[in-house]
Design a protein around this ligand. Structure first.
Ligand code: SF4
Length: 75
């Protein structure tokens, strides 16, 4: 499972980086924002970063309907 990132939607507010319980997200900006998990093997796949993003710029690459429904409930 990977996390996919849509740079077009990202406003760079850093909510995902703050929300990550492991503090392994790094957001950088060059021409556009870049999302990076700096310790990918440490990621527990909790999805907190995805749920924290109001712009919906993050998503699991293998998104199941259960996860989609959970995301709607959380909002
Ligand atoms: S899925 Fe969880 S552990 Fe992995 S980067 Fe997102 S918030 Fe951090």
């Amino acid at each position: 499972m990977n996390i996919i990132f849509d740079a077009q939607l990202c406003t760079g507010d850093g909510t995902c980086a703050v929300a990550c319980p492991l503090q392994i997200i790094k957001l950088t900006k060059t021409d556009s924002f870049k999302f990076q998990i700096i310790e990918p093997l440490s990621c527990i796949g909790c999805g907190i970063c995805i749920q924290s993003c109001e712009q919906e710029a993050l998503n699991f690459d293998a998104f199941t309907e259960d996860v989609i429904d959970l995301k709607k409930i959380v909002k």
